[in-house]
Design a protein around this ligand. Structure first.
Ligand SMILES: [Zn+2]
Length: 338
């Protein structure tokens, strides 16, 4: 019987040593120590033995039992330690939450600022005929200004004399707002612009916001006030606005809008032109643009402005992005930083 115990013990040692999962350990425990287990059954037989043999066999069986229990317990520690270390006091792992794209955030913020001074955000189609982007903006068919935009024309059948195109600038939305909205028109159009260009500072698709305010008695004062309101709300109250005479086909007079440099506060540094950085264009609506929208330029006047969303956003953040195309490459390493 002692020999049987020794054999059981050797078997159990080997089985426990080779066990790789806690399920296997549990089945070994049952096999040897369970109610019907091999060692349990053997121990039960001790009382059938002659009295003088009982202490020796009983002692051997008990120490075998103790050893197997110890080995099983050690094996459980070894396996669980390797399977997974669970510390219930550690904070949980929260799921990753996304956020809006930084350009979307800029669009929402810009729209909210103009909303405060009564501009309603409008959405216009991404596909227009040549009417709103060119004709209605005082750029007739033979005018060289049309070439300034690397326009995507569409293969679709033209509508009358006008070809279909992807909107090359947000100002087409200004023409559409003037022609379709009731007076007074006070809208901000934020839209995708498409141009055949792709390099470190250009993407084929980008965004512009174009505002227009047309009514009786709209003057240059309103234009200056709207621009200053936006610049101070978006860039900070310390920033100044400067209007530089310029030329656009759809406004008269026309201006380039500069804001005081945020790096040197207008003193002049290597990032700016003598203290100013260029933001975009603005002006008073050209009489031909009002006429194209069937408005009477003798009665109605209007202001308009239009800037790039990406450019405006990057100017505020001070982000120096070596290649602007990274904004649209969906690289999480970049996007997660915002
Ligand atoms: Zn500067």
């Amino acid at each position: 019987m002692i020999k049987q115990i020794d054999t059981l013990l050797s078997e159990a040692r080997l089985a426990i040593q080779e066990a790789k999962t806690s399920n296997v350990i549990e089945s070994i425990r049952l096999e040897y120590l369970g109610r019907q287990g091999k060692l349990t059954t053997l121990l039960r037989g001790v009382k059938e033995l002659p009295v003088r043999e009982r202490p020796q066999v009983g002692g051997a069986a008990n120490s075998a039992r103790q050893e197997i229990e110890q080995l099983l317990s050690d094996a459980v520690d070894r396996i669980e330690g390797g399977e997974i270390a669970i510390d219930t006091t550690l904070p949980g792992i929260s799921p990753e939450t996304g956020h809006l794209h930084l350009v979307t955030k800029a669009i929402e913020e810009i729209a909210a600022i103009f909303k405060q001074i009564g501009f309603t955000r409008v959405r216009h189609p991404d596909i227009e005929t040549e009417w709103f982007p060119f004709e209605a903006l005082n750029m007739p068919a033979d005018h060289p200004a049309r070439d300034e935009w690397e326009t995507f024309f569409m293969d679709a059948k033209p509508s009358g004399d006008y070809r279909f195109m992807l909107t090359p600038h947000g100002t087409s939305g200004t023409a559409r707002s003037l022609a379709t909205l009731p007076l007074p028109v006070r809208s901000i159009n934020i839209q995708k612009c498409y141009r055949r260009q792709s390099d470190a500072s250009h993407t084929p698709v980008f965004h512009q916001f174009d505002g227009v305010y047309a009514a009786e008695g709209v003057t240059f004062q309103h234009l200056k006030g709207v621009l200053e309101f936006f610049v101070k709300a978006y860039f900070g109250t310390e920033r100044e606005v400067r209007l530089r005479p310029y030329h656009f086909r759809f406004t008269e007079p026309s201006f380039e809008v500069d804001i005081s440099c945020g790096v040197c506060n207008g003193k002049g540094c290597r990032l700016c032109k003598q203290g100013w950085v260029e933001l975009g264009g603005a002006g008073m609506l050209h009489p031909n643009v009002l006429k194209a929208a069937k408005l009477n330029p003798k009665k109605i006047s209007g202001l308009a402005f239009g800037w790039g969303v990406e450019r405006t956003m990057l100017m505020r953040s001070g982000l120096s992005i070596p290649d602007i195309r990274i904004l649209y490459e969906n690289d999480m390493r970049f996007l997660q930083q915002f």
